[in-house]
Design a protein around this ligand. Structure first.
Ligand code: 5AD
Ligand code: SF4
Length: 460
């Protein structure tokens, strides 16, 4: 099929009119960076009269903010394109954003004639313009594909960030130059770029003024942050965190995701020094065998990773460690896999994410002829997940009987239940009045499961 798509050259920049009562639905896939991007899209659309709704059937605009990291994520989007618009009598405009939009824009347009707009993580600030270029009125729409890479321009063009709760995400760095041999991120989010210190601090100050108490700084390689400071010199993550810590109102700081090769001593030591920096670190290792780590192009050994964990625990003995693992990477033998299991036993994770290796287009590992059979991958994943769940349960159980500070973020599923997070990043459910939302309170922990804690408000 021939795809008719408008491009910048063919069309002048169009402006979207303002009209109250427009409704949009957004579905998010993938990582926290997509959550941040989706929130910023909501902020961009609000001035044009778009209100976010939870029911896709009532929407004038449906956005799927996609992920490209594993094959499953792609397939889910294609099946969702039909599903989310079923029963919608408004003939909604369908926009595909995110990393899959970036990597597969033309394929999406070809496979799904219903899709009107495709954009990527670096162009979503121009969503109102894309909507205007496409046209909201059914019958007269043009198809728009825009997946440029205009670097950091996006952050200067975004509408001010609205506050959605006491904890806010702030993207400080995007992209990746590490080129792990399994990963599509360098192709979807582009090369590594850091925002300036001032632009980040301005965003966080504004969030704090609106009532944010916690910020989580985001980046694919967040600890490779090297943004320009107001003194004209490069600033690293440790120094940025210290500046964030001086902002009044911000009580808790987190950051994710980190690469072991970028964990410098200054950052490690900060865990022991900065009271506002929460004792939790997501530090993916992916595998425990040095041979596999070399083939993955991870640039560190298993021992080097373990040394970092030791140093972190020396700086802050109670730091909770989380990680990511890939099982069944091409060439992974039973012995290699056992080394991953040994590493997990040695570290003792508080939580972790684990995946079967999924071959991705244009990545070197996908070309490797030594692929591991699906059955073997499944079996290894099961064993690894059993071990990780056991560790997570034991970790969470260690808080039963203790009193911990919890920042209450949202209403829970049951009446009078509130949900928040502990300093070590565990979800905590508390019985309590809604008026406590947004506050940091002390909770007596009475029960633990593998995924969360339960407790009662401690009365002073
Ligand atoms: N297959 C499986 N898992 C992957 N990840 C990244 N690329 C792949 C892939 N091709 C995992 C890594 C990474 C996390 C975000 O997703 O563990 O840390
Ligand atoms: Fe998925 Fe990676 Fe894109 Fe996040 S950055 S949405 S994990 S492909």
């Amino acid at each position: 099929m021939k795809v008719q798509i408008t491009s910048e050259e063919q069309m002048p920049v169009a402006a979207l009119d303002v009209q109250e009562g427009r409704k949009f639905f957004i579905k998010n896939y993938g990582c926290q960076m997509n959550v941040y991007d989706a929130e910023r899209m909501e902020d961009m659309l609000a001035p044009y009269g778009f209100e976010k709704i939870a029911d896709a059937k009532e929407a004038d605009l449906v956005i799927l903010n996609t992920c490209h990291i594993r094959e499953k994520a792609d397939e889910k989007v294609f099946s969702d394109i039909g599903r989310v618009t079923k029963g919608n009598k408004r003939n909604p405009l369908i926009a595909i954003g995110g990393c899959m939009g970036q990597a597969m824009g033309r394929t999406i347009m070809q496979r799904s004639p219903k899709v009107n707009i495709v954009f990527g993580p670096q162009t979503y600030h121009r969503l109102p313009e894309f909507i205007a270029r496409s046209g909201l009125a059914a019958g007269k729409r043009k198809r728009v594909l825009d997946t440029d890479f205009p670097a950091l321009e996006k952050f200067d063009s975004l509408a001010p960030q609205g506050l959605r709760g006491p904890s806010a995400y702030v993207t400080i760095q995007e992209g990746c130059d590490k080129f792990c041999t399994y990963c599509v991120v360098p192709f979807t989010r582009g090369v590594e770029l850091s925002r300036t210190v001032e632009s980040i601090l301005t965003e966080i100050r504004a969030l704090a003024e609106k009532g944010a108490k916690e910020v989580c700084l985001l980046g694919q390689n967040v600890n490779a942050y090297h943004g320009l400071g107001s003194d004209g010199k490069e600033c690293n993550l440790a120094r940025l965190l210290q500046q964030v810590a001086t902002i009044d109102g911000i009580e808790r700081i987190r950051f994710t995701t980190s690469h072991p090769s970028e964990m410098d001593n200054e950052l490690i030591e900060l865990f022991g020094k900065e009271r506002k920096l929460m004792p939790y670190l997501h530090l993916p290792v992916q595998a425990g065998s040095d041979k596999i780590l070399v083939d993955m192009n991870r640039t560190h050994t298993a021992d080097e990773y373990l040394q970092i964990i030791d140093l972190l625990r020396m700086a802050r003995p109670d730091v909770a460690i989380s990680g990511d693992f890939i099982v069944g990477f091409p060439g992974e033998t039973d012995e290699d896999f056992e080394m991953t299991m040994d590493l997990v036993r040695e570290v003792g994770y508080s939580s972790a994410y684990s995946f079967m290796y999924s071959p991705r287009p244009n990545t070197p590992a996908a070309e490797n002829t030594n692929q591991v059979p699906l059955e073997v991958k499944k079996e290894r994943l099961q064993r690894l997940q059993d071990l990780l769940t056991e560790q997570q349960k034991a970790y969470n159980n260690s808080f039963v009987g203790k009193t911990i500070p919890v920042l209450l973020e949202e209403a829970g599923r049951k009446e009078n239940q509130l949900r928040g997070r502990s300093p070590h990043n565990i979800a905590v459910n508390v019985e309590g009045n809604q008026r406590l939302l947004g506050q940091q309170i002390h909770v007596n922990i009475t029960k633990a499961t593998a995924s969360s804690l339960f407790g009662e408000v401690k009365l002073d």
